[in-house]
Design a protein around this ligand. Structure first.
Ligand code: LLP
Length: 418
């Protein structure tokens, strides 16, 4: 259910009007509905709990500790890809034994830190990584529980920049080489072979590639078990898309996805791990901005707003569609190119978009911005990182403050000869 609705022509979240929030916090800011995140998690939970399962939230989607804790409090583990994410997950209260560590190039330092925390599993992506992990584990007198991330050579049919499961992509071990590397790993002193992992891409709106990849993984697990390498965990990655356009019914929702997982893996006697990111948090978020100027170009009307590609890069980077909503509903409809203030033509949120007529100073919201929004933001153009607000049952709390210029600019240091 969409947490954002109009009440008396005012867009509100969990019964709280966005306009009221913007009276307290200057735009631009991210706003998240906590209930929306909890509901999405519960939908996974209810539909997957028939299997021995663990839902490891992919922290990269939104790594604010208040968001991680929202999910950890419901029983979620975490999928992390860096020491920074691991630290955040631990600080937000995710138990180490519910943390899986993914990522294509973990450094020696990161491996050591993760081993010291006794995390649940390393998802290993290459033979060289395996060797380094073994060496560090032996040195620390520890055993690293591992899965190999298998590249099943399946086309996820999503945007090329976020497709990861084809043989040409940098990710994982080719499925053709999987059996050999498992044999090798099983002989290593510092390694405990525990699982098989797969993640074929993100924002999948078609469930068929999942079916294909999961079936290949099931076959591999069966083969490994038969060849004397018992597999106790199957990590299916993340990737389920959200309905950004909010058109029609979502035929590829969480329930349908879990149904496929159950159809394929029931009876496997393995723990099933899911790593959803976007599908847990995207729809909870709204990027609230203000119109700075309207500007009539040669053949189009520009709406120039106070957030930019540095705050929210998905439209520039993936040509992503996001609904843009006036905070106060308007009757007259106007067509705009909606752009930010950064000096790049790519700093465009939407072209040719028809929406309620906006004036300078009016507020608008970029919808479904809860995933890969704040985590992908930068300070490009020396713009400050923007605040984040969590809303729950008409309460609101700032869960990240705006950075200030002093902190931002003082990170630079002049060289002694200057
Ligand atoms: N597990 C692994 C190993 C991943 O690499 C990812 C995402 C996930 C889980 C979570 O996938 P999700 O459920 O969120 O699709 N910045 C892009 C998305 C990049 C996804 C990277 N990996 C975007 O804004 O669309």
């Amino acid at each position: 259910m969409n947490p954002y609705n109009y009440k008396n022509n005012q867009l509100s979240v969990e019964g709280l009007s966005i306009k009221q929030i913007a009276e307290v916090i200057e735009t631009p800011f991210y706003c998240y509905s906590q209930s929306a995140i909890q509901n999405a998690y519960q939908e996974y939970d209810v539909n997957i709990k028939q299997l021995d399962s663990l839902i490891c939230y992919a922290v990269k989607a939104n790594s604010n500790q208040a968001i991680i804790k929202t999910l950890a409090d419901l029983g979620a583990g975490a999928d992390v890809v860096s020491e920074g994410e691991l630290r955040r997950a631990l600080m937000a209260g995710v138990p180490a034994n519910k943390i899986v560590y993914s990522g294509v190039a973990k450094t020696a330092h990161e491996i050591k830190f993760a081993l010291e925390q006794d995390i649940f599993q390393f998802n290993v992506e290459s033979e060289n990584e395996l060797m380094l992990l073994n060496e560090i584990a032996c040195h620390l007198d520890k055993k690293a529980a591992i899965a190999f991330r298998i590249n099943p050579d399946v086309d996820a049919k999503t945007h090329a920049k976020i497709s990861t499961g084809k043989s040409e992509n940098k990710f994982g071990i080719p499925i053709s080489k999987a059996r050999d590397i498992y044999q090798k790993a099983a002989k290593l002193e510092g390694i405990v072979v525990q699982g098989v992992d797969v993640h074929i891409g993100s924002q999948l709106t078609d469930l068929v590639p999942f079916k294909l990849a999961f079936s290949r993984i099931k076959k591999l697990v069966t083969d490994l078990n038969q060849s004397g390498i018992p597999i106790s965990a199957i990590d299916l990655g993340g990737g389920l898309g959200v309905n950004y356009e909010q058109k029609g019914e979502i035929s590829h929702g969480i329930e349908a996805y879990c149904q496929i997982v159950k159809e394929i893996f029931t009876g496997m006697d393995c723990q099933i791990i899911l790593e959803p990111g976007r599908s847990l948090v995207a729809d909870s978020g709204l990027l609230v901005s203000k119109v700075i100027y309207t500007k009539q170009g040669e053949d189009r009307l520009f709406l120039i707003i106070d957030s930019a590609m540095n705050d929210f890069i998905r439209p520039s980077m993936y040509d992503a569609f996001h609904h843009i909503l006036p905070i106060s509903k308007k009757d007259t409809q106007v067509t705009y190119d909606i752009v930010g203030p950064v000096c790049e033509t790519g700093d465009t949120f939407a072209k040719n978009r028809t929406m309620g007529k906006m004036s300078e100073g009016d507020l608008l919201g970029i919808a479904s911005a809860g995933a890969y929004g704040s985590t992908m933001s930068s300070t490009y153009n020396t713009r400050l990182l923007i605040p984040e607000v969590l809303v729950k049952d008409q309460d609101m709390c700032i869960i990240k403050k705006r950075t200030d210029y002093e902190v931002l600019i003082n990170q630079d240091q002049l060289a002694p000869w200057q």
